[in-house]
Write a protein that binds this ligand. Structure first.
Ligand SMILES: [Zn+2]
Length: 206
């Protein structure tokens, strides 16, 4: 096999879901496509959690085993108080016409943290920033940003920044001073290797 296909297959291999034994476990940091009896699935092991979602449903039965969707959060639920702390700051920044960004990270030894980027340039139309290096045991669990008074949606820029390793992405909109998190517009999604899956934010009443 040529080098480029070898690299591609190493980073995102496709495996068949066995019918007569369990699917082999993924190692931390690995992502794969799984061809199952009902179609194609994507599965990722992010250290903080393990995820599997359907990518494509086949109309016909394929001769492979079955798998199920899963979200195993080894880190436990993302602390609501960190999201509320971010929402409070996003509301205050909205008054100054700015959007806010932060990472919520987790590590088995260091626990949860709300990290803000280092702002390099801040003008009326754009912000440039860099993120701190995360330790080897710390994972980005939730990438959160605000759209100020605008509505919450994922832009093409957001799509580009949500590629790569598995994490959740949250955008808050309709921000304003003293507005509680439950009154903000919000969109939450799970990001697995550049594929996005809408999720219900736990604080939003369906
Ligand atoms: Zn955005």
């Amino acid at each position: 096999m040529n080098r480029k296909d070898e690299v591609l297959q190493t980073h995102l291999p496709t495996v068949m879901a066995p019918r007569f034994e369990p699917l082999p476990a993924l190692k931390a940091g690995e992502t794969r496509l799984v061809m199952a009896g009902d179609g194609l699935w994507i599965e990722a092991e992010g250290g903080f959690g393990h995820f599997r979602r359907p990518l494509w449903r086949s109309d016909r039965n394929l001769p492979y085993g079955r798998v199920e969707a899963c979200s195993q959060l080894r880190c436990g639920p993302i602390p609501l108080k960190l999201i509320e702390r971010f929402a409070k700051q996003a509301n205050e920044w909205t008054d100054q016409g700015s959007e806010a960004v932060a990472w919520i990270t987790w590590g088995p030894n260091c626990g949860w943290e709300l990290l803000e980027p280092k702002i390099l340039i801040h003008t009326a139309v754009s912000v440039r920033y860099t993120w701190p290096d995360l330790g080897p045991d710390t994972a980005l669990v939730l990438d959160v940003h605000s759209h100020g008074i605008g509505s919450a949606f994922f832009s093409h820029t957001d799509d580009r920044s949500d590629l790569g390793f598995p994490h959740y992405s949250l955008v808050l909109g309709r921000c304003g001073r003293n507005r509680p998190l439950t009154q903000l517009d919000c969109k939450l999604r799970l990001c697995l290797a550049g594929y996005f899956f809408d999720e219900q934010a736990p604080w939003v009443q369906a």
